[in-house]
Every structure is written in C-alpha cells, then in structure tokens.
Design a protein around this ligand. Structure first.
Ligand SMILES: [Zn+2]
Ligand SMILES: [Zn+2]
Length: 247
C-alpha cells in the first residue's frame, strides 16, 4: 500500500496523534540540531553570530511554551488536509516519478514564500499585529523562536498546503516534505547566525540575515526563505538601517 492510501485510511484520532508526534519530533530535533550547528561553526570561526546581546531572562521558557501551543495547532490541524481527502475535495496521486516529485516540491516551496509573505504582511497590519507581537518578543532570536507565536498566527501560517491540494493531485511525500523543509528554512531564519557573511543581503544564502533584520526592525523583510517577494513588493530592509536597538 502506498503512503497516501495508508494516510487516508487512518481514523481521525490516529491522524491527530500522528500530527502531534510528527511536529513535536521534527521541532525538537531540528531546534537541537540548529543550536549544535551554530555553536560548532562559531567554534570553528566559520560565519558569525548576528546579535550577541544576552537573551531576556524568561525568553527560552516563553519560546518553549508558545512553541508547544503551535505544535498542538499544527499537529491537531493535520485533520484538515486528511478531512479534505475524506470529503473528496482533494486527491493524492498514488505514484510519481522523481521529476514530478521535484517539480511539486519546487512549486510548493515557491508558494510557501508567497503564502508566508502575504500572511506575515497581514500580521503587520494594525488590526492583526496584536497577534504577531508574541513572535516579535524575541528580538535576539533562537531556534526556539521559530514556532514561538500566537495560535492565530499558527492557524494562518499552518494552512499552507490546503489551497494547492484543492487545485492539484499531489504525491503524498511531496506534501509531507513541506512542513519539514519549511521548518529547516525557518530554523535558519531564526538561527541568529550569519552562515555566509560575504554574500549580499538579497542572496538566497543570506536568509538568516534578512529575518534577523526583520526582528531588529520589524518594518520590512516580510519574506520567508527567498528575497523575491520583498523585492517584488518593495518591502526590503536595507542593511545599515536596521541597527539593533536596545529593548
Ligand atoms: Zn521571526
Ligand atoms: Zn514580523
């Protein structure tokens, strides 16, 4: 039996339990791996930390608490795409070649950047910013800032695959790769580490610098991993205008 059929045949409780284990595991392992990676690179003198100020005294506890609620939202929320399949609103293709899988993942990652920019820009409007303040309480970011946001923000960011599922019959593993790849890119964004200090701010490898600038000066750099949405919409933060301020 292919993975898509197996997933569709789970019952609602099994899907939610699977979701909680999946998101809890990738977040816990991913956060630890990113902490270890940046510590090792700093020890080797490769790259540099972006903001060397101390964390706020209760920051890590708050980030873990808020991340726990986001894992609940994302994990239990797996019932929604599963529900789409049960209702026949969406279908999965049982087999796919490597080329099709690569193309599906590429399209989903580009959509991820568009979807994130739109939701993040909305979260910076007067009406919604109250829900985004939780995430911006982390001025000096850590890997645990990644899921540290209000449950409303978790609901907005977590629905990424729903629209694509309605318009295309994806391969199960293409869809399953989205939360994992998205988490890895998001951990890089919150790593507080400049992995490639020599590249320009708009270079794909400068994602952590761009998101660091967003936390230092929240007006601008609403994009996710790639700079194209901020370039298209004219919302880039220029280096030098985003000196970290004391909070
Ligand atoms: Zn952030
Ligand atoms: Zn923001």
């Amino acid at each position: 039996m292919d993975a898509g059929t197996w997933f569709t045949q789970l019952n609602a409780w099994q899907v939610m339990a699977l979701g909680l284990v999946f998101f809890g595991a990738i977040y816990g392992l991913g956060g630890l791996a990113m902490s270890l990676l940046t510590r090792t690179l700093a020890g080797l003198g490769l790259g540099r930390p972006l903001d060397t100020r101390a964390l706020k005294p209760d920051q890590l506890q708050r980030e873990w608490r808020q991340s726990f609620y986001s894992i609940l939202v994302f994990g239990l929320g797996m019932i929604v795409p599963w529900g789409f399949l049960q209702l026949g609103w969406a279908h999965l293709t049982p087999t796919a070649g490597a080329g099709r899988i690569a193309l599906e993942i590429l399209v989903l990652l580009i959509w991820n950047d568009v979807h994130f920019w739109l939701n993040h820009r909305l979260l910076h409007t007067k009406r919604l910013v109250r829900y985004h303040g939780d995430h911006h309480r982390s001025v000096v970011t850590t890997p645990w800032s990644t899921y540290s946001f209000h449950p409303i923000e978790a609901l907005m960011l977590g629905n990424i695959i729903l629209l694509p599922m309605l318009v295309h019959d994806f391969y199960f593993w293409s869809l399953a790769s989205v939360p994992l790849l998205s988490l890895i890119l998001n951990l890089i964004g919150h790593s507080n580490y400049d992995f490639f200090p020599k590249v320009s701010d708009t270079h794909p490898l400068a994602a952590s610098r761009r998101h660091h600038l967003h936390h230092a000066r929240p007006a601008g750099n609403y994009g996710f991993a790639l700079p194209f949405m901020d370039q298209l919409m004219g919302t880039q933060v220029k280096t030098g205008t985003a000196q970290p301020t004391s909070h």
